[in-house]
Design a protein around this ligand. Structure first.
Ligand code: C5P
Length: 407
């Protein structure tokens, strides 16, 4: 696992098979995982995917030619091979696998494969007969023996109409596997992070409760991103249908009061407290022991008296010594203005605000778009997967926490 803090740098080699059309989405998935990508195309790859498409999604200009004097002048191929934390070839055709297995270096991509000291991954994609051919299997075994990691191929329907192994592994899975293997910048190494996630339930009687639409996904993604950044994470979770990410301590709670108790108990031991949970603001004044019966007498409806729940984040932020406190705010109008006020009122160090009136982001969605408001300014993160939002927020929060520690 690497411990330096730069983004993972990935040379993405693309060879000339039909799966090359997925390369732009692979670049996007790699960037969602926090990687910096330089695409390198073989001559035949350009027949399936354009440099323009790759240029639009990558951080760097795609490279194609060993003899491109201008590109070589900006970063020569040996420098490029040294720059990479990983070389990933997806799709890897039978021809490319064969050339790699024999150490041939007759174009930019194969030259980079020989010149790099970084780990090399290949995601083969080809017709099932080509994959099963003895020559290809021999070459794949050779690559494995040379230390190359082979990803897939998947089984299924192929572009040529045949079924069987030979489909390229899905871009999202490739991106997750490779970035996990080369690590994530450990900007929170040595810190203890307490995160709350999900909704709370406020019971009226043993079977009925008041709750909200929070899925817990943003909070869980946040806890996972903090763990990947090296933090020791405790996750206090309301009732959600999500698996516990490995390596995270999870404490399950149901009501706002239970969440407050769980957080209060652990806040003193935390360096950073991130309150992502959608805590119910009110609970029924009385929780009945028995299920309430429908009454024929009250044909004009019934009234439920509510009382206010204590504010968890405000309580934690109000007591010294306290962790660095980050709150979340879901708003449907004047989002930024309300969030600025909320940050000041609850004495949070930073607040993350999202406008939940947009159905494409926020509740029940895998995407989000947020603004982080802190004492020194505001950072807008446009629509992207919740995991990517979580990673970007971690980087921002780690920087703010480091500055607060110096102050
Ligand atoms: O006021 P509002 O509920 O929008 O504030 C949202 C922020 O306050 C979130 O960080 C949420 O976790 C936190 N909160 C809390 N305790 C409550 C209500 C909200 O910690 N009772």
């Amino acid at each position: 696992m690497q411990t330096d803090n730069h983004a993972r740098r990935i040379l993405l080699g693309i060879s000339g098979g039909i799966a090359a059309y997925k390369a732009p989405s692979l670049v996007r998935n790699l960037r969602v995982e926090g990687a910096e990508v330089v695409p390198v195309l073989t001559r035949n790859a350009s027949k399936f995917v354009t440099e323009t498409a790759l240029q639009a999604v990558a951080d760097h200009r795609p490279r194609t030619d060993l003899w491109d004097a201008e590109a070589e002048a900006s970063m020569g191929h040996i420098e490029l091979a040294r720059w990479a934390d990983a070389v990933l070839i997806a799709p890897a055709t039978a021809d490319l696998v064969a050339r790699m297995a024999h150490g041939i270096a007759d174009d930019l991509l194969t030259t980079l494969c020989l010149a790099t000291a970084a780990p090399v991954f290949v995601a083969p994609a080809m017709n099932v007969k080509m994959w099963e051919h003895a020559a290809t299997q021999r070459n794949i075994d050779r690559l494995r023996a040379d230390g190359v990691t082979v990803l897939g191929p998947d089984d299924g329907e192929q572009a040529c109409g045949e079924f069987g192994p030979g489909r390229m592994m899905e871009p999202e899975e490739i991106a997750e596997t490779v970035t996990a293997a080369v690590g994530t910048p450990r900007v929170l190494a040595g810190t203890r992070v307490l995160v709350t996630a999900g909704p709370t339930r406020e019971f009226l009687d043993p079977v009925r409760f008041i709750s909200n639409r929070s899925s817990g996904r943003q909070g869980f993604a946040f806890a996972e991103a903090a763990r990947n950044a090296g933090a020791d994470v405790t996750l206090v979770a309301g009732p959600v249908h999500l698996a516990t990410p490995t390596g995270i301590e999870r404490v399950d709670v149901v009501s706002a009061q239970e969440m407050k108790d769980a957080v209060t108990e652990r806040a003193a031991g935390a360096d950073i407290f991130v309150s992502v949970a959608a805590v119910a603001d009110y609970r029924p004044h009385t929780t009945h022991d028995q299920k309430l019966k429908k009454s024929d007498q009250e044909s004009d409806g019934i009234r439920v008296a509510l009382k206010e729940n204590e504010d968890i984040v405000g309580a934690i932020a109000g007591v010294e010594p306290r962790p660095f406190v980050v709150g979340f705010a879901a708003e449907t109008q004047n989002a930024l203005q309300y969030a600025r006020e909320k940050r000041a009122r609850k004495r949070m160090d930073a607040i993350v605000v999202n406008d939940v009136s947009d159905a494409a982001i926020g509740f029940d969605s895998s995407d989000n778009a947020v603004t982080l408001i802190h004492g020194g300014g505001e950072v807008e993160l446009s629509k992207m997967p919740k995991r990517a939002i979580a990673r970007r927020l971690i980087a921002e929060i780690a920087a703010l926490y480091a500055v607060a520690g110096q102050g």
